[in-house]
Design a binder for this molecule. Structure first.
Ligand SMILES: [Zn+2]
Ligand SMILES: [Zn+2]
Length: 250
């Protein structure tokens, strides 16, 4: 039952949340051979989400449509409170910012110059570890997003990522293999193969997500992610319904 759980139905445009806007994503998922889809819009659009739209889409298309959200993790924010009381299937915890610096936003690349690169990776992975340690997330998104513009640490990335991986393993969350990195300056899947190898040895489950912001991006380069995971030794992917993890064969 292949699923893509990282779909931005509202893209960067935002609400309103309607069947008409989301339907092309479900149709694209069907065309790509997926059997399950999950929307995970950014949490800044939380108030614009309409859960009836998800059930209506399921009714119209006959495809399971999961209700997710991508949370822009900020240690100072009370995410638990903002997320409470809604019937989530899963939540993706992602770090996109260090303090006030949204490092992955176009036009923000200069911010990298202000950092010692190893220090930056350390601070970034500590935030990811903090996100995982909240226990709030079923999936940790694009674990090594900090490489987005191709800035590489001097130290081994495995050493730097270890605290984050340990925290993910302890939290029971799945790691997301996110193919959007192939379309960014770094030109690589998130996370790097060596990080996934370590995740495999720590028994961390995985999902594959496209991070689509348009219907044409649903499931893109999924086969490449699949081959990578199979080469590492993975034989299954995690699926989620109402926060409960199950597996599908890879
Ligand atoms: Zn993200
Ligand atoms: Zn995303």
């Amino acid at each position: 039952m292949p699923a893509d759980y990282h779909i931005h139905g509202l893209a960067h445009v935002g609400p309103p949340h309607t069947v008409e806007r989301l339907l092309p994503y479900v149709e694209a998922a069907k065309a790509a051979g997926l059997t399950e889809i999950g929307f995970a819009d950014h949490d800044r659009y939380l108030e614009g989400l309409d859960f009836n739209v998800f059930s209506e889409l399921e009714r119209v298309t006959g495809m399971p449509v999961r209700a997710g959200l991508e949370i822009d993790f900020r240690p100072e924010k009370d995410h638990r409170r903002e997320l409470a009381g809604r019937p989530w299937d899963y939540l993706i915890g992602s770090v996109h910012a260090i303090g006030n610096w949204d490092f992955d936003r176009p036009g923000q690349e200069d911010g990298f110059n202000a950092w010692d690169i190893d220090e930056l990776y350390t601070v970034y992975f500590n935030l990811v570890a903090q996100a995982a340690s909240t226990g709030l997330f079923q999936i940790i998104g694009h674990l090594d997003l900090i490489k987005i513009y191709g800035h590489r640490p001097r130290k081994s990335v495995l050493t730097l990522a270890e605290p984050a991986l340990k925290a993910v393993a302890a939290s029971g969350a799945a790691l997301e293999v996110n193919t959007a990195g192939l379309f960014k300056p770094v030109g690589e899947i998130y996370p790097a193969a060596e990080i996934l190898e370590r995740a495999f040895s720590l028994n961390i489950p995985v999902t594959i997500g496209s991070d689509a912001h348009a219907p044409g991006e649903v499931a893109r380069e999924r086969e490449r992610a699949r081959q990578l995971l199979r080469r590492i030794g993975y034989t299954s992917l995690a699926t989620f319904a109402r926060g409960v993890m199950a597996t599908e064969s890879l």
